[in-house]
Design a protein around this ligand. Structure first.
Ligand code: MEV
Length: 434
């Protein structure tokens, strides 16, 4: 159920139970969803054993709520599932700072997936293309003879393209079927369609159809999100001048990623911190999304680069945008099987796969800005280590009240913090010399 407001002041100061109660109230969660979220290890043995092979148990990760997201005028509280501290706080922080400019806007493609058929042994690709185009309606009809809800709801195969590529094994003729997957991610339907039409393709053009599988470079299923941040919102001391200088630093950091694949890999990893976290929370195939985003990052300009774009607009504000493939679904797959994924989708309150795609893209943009802001000002480690302090304290062996004392030590510490300094601090604490 959509929420009325995503600004949850003081949310981080509540206890876990209070936070869960608040989100449950806001998203009108049912008792089953609430019980799922409060039951650590929500996946019972039977459900886990159904999902994959050779199951020996389950492994939990925290579900955190990113606040302050307003996307296309609608407030969202966004569940993230991730092991890394500071990710949720960082995304929420930058989402808050674009609220004065109306939050995020999205523009998402229809949910069109590509299914590929690799045909080898075709001599004349031009002639083969002609034959495929001549038989297009027939091939599309065969694809859409698949008994499927997605097709009943207006989805299904909509078009066919052909490509001719050179490979180390020689020329290959490649057929793309374009399938509207509606609210499903669509992998199973697309893969089935490619297998269904393979014999027809061989009869039509000869040769031998080898691979029949979807492409994760879902270039017809792009999600786009953009937002604007004023210098005042990015200022370190409240002044416009400081904000303008922060913006220059951010642009400079973006240009670094744009120019250098070594930096772009880390820049995009930061974006995936949000994209994958929301994808996992919502039961999506996050590997497919990762593959799509990274291949898009390389496909667009012919070299691996940033999937976000940053510029200064005519008002001197920072304008950011993201564009990336986003193959997500809200029906089928784990989104309907995993109890926590269902609960998280209920918190998010999205009504279509396109809406989910836009929300995920917006979180990626916010996460990217948070990283560029931190990296181009104080550096990432100070904030990160403060939020990571509890984990470090526990890793060092702190128990009970020691944990808070070590966190306090980390917060008050000037200079770099390492696990070794935390271990030494714990030793001193126990010797009463801290
Ligand atoms: C760390 O998880 C993500 C960052 O490295 C992203 C970036 O460098 O842009 C901070």
């Amino acid at each position: 159920m959509p929420v009325d407001d995503s600004r949850l002041p003081g949310f981080h100061k509540l206890s876990v139970t209070e936070r869960r109660r608040k989100v449950a109230e806001m998203a009108l969660l049912g008792a089953a969803d609430i019980a799922t979220l409060e039951n650590y290890g929500e996946l019972d043995e039977e459900a886990a054993n159904r999902m994959i092979e050779n199951v020996i148990g389950t492994m939990s990760l925290p579900v955190g709520i990113a606040t302050n997201f307003v996307i296309d005028g609608k407030p969202y509280v966004v569940p993230f599932v991730v092991e890394e501290s500071s990710v949720v706080a960082a995304a929420s922080n930058m989402a808050k700072r674009c609220l004065v400019k109306g939050g995020f806007r999205t523009n998402n493609d229809k949910p069109i997936m590509i299914g590929q058929l690799q045909v080898i042994g075709v001599e004349d690709h031009v002639a083969a293309e002609k034959i495929i185009f001549g038989a297009k309606e027939e091939i599309i009809a065969k694809c859409n003879s698949l008994p499927s809800t997605m097709i009943r709801l207006g989805g299904g195969c909509k078009d066919i393209l052909t490509r001719s590529i050179q490979s180390m094994s020689g020329p290959m003729f490649v057929i793309h079927i374009l399938v509207d997957c509606r609210d499903a991610m669509g992998a199973n339907a697309v893969n089935t369609m490619t297998e269904m039409i393979a014999p027809d393709i061989e009869s039509l053009i000869g040769g031998s159809v080898k691979l029949k599988i979807l492409s994760n470079l879902a270039s017809h299923r792009l999600a786009r999100a953009s937002a604007t941040w004023t210098p005042e919102e990015l200022s370190l001391d409240g002044s416009r001048e400081s904000g303008e200088s922060v913006i220059l630093g951010i642009i400079n950091a973006y240009h670094f990623a744009d120019a250098d694949p070594f930096r772009a890999a880390t820049h995009n990893k930061g974006i995936m911190n949000a994209i994958s976290s929301v994808a996992v929370a919502c039961g999506q195939d996050w590997r497919a999304i990762e593959a799509g985003c990274h291949s898009w990052a390389a496909y667009n300009n012919g070299k691996y680069s940033s999937i976000t774009h940053w510029e200064v607009n005519s008002d001197g504000d920072l304008h950011g945008s993201i564009e990336c493939p986003m193959a997500v679904g809200i029906v089928g797959g784990a989104s309907k099987v995993h109890p926590a994924a269902k609960a998280n989708l209920n918190i998010l309150g999205v009504e279509s796969s396109q809406e989910l795609a836009g929300v995920i893209a917006a979180t990626g943009l916010s996460q990217n800005l948070a990283a560029l802001f931190a990296l181009s000002t104080a550096g990432i480690q100070a904030g990160h280590m403060k939020l990571h302090a509890k984990n470090m304290a526990v890793s060092a062996g702190a128990v009970g009240g020691e944990i808070e004392k070590i966190v306090e030590f980390v917060h008050n510490h000037d200079g770099p913090i390492t696990q070794q300094s935390v271990v030494s601090a714990l030793k001193k604490l126990r010797e009463n010399t801290l």
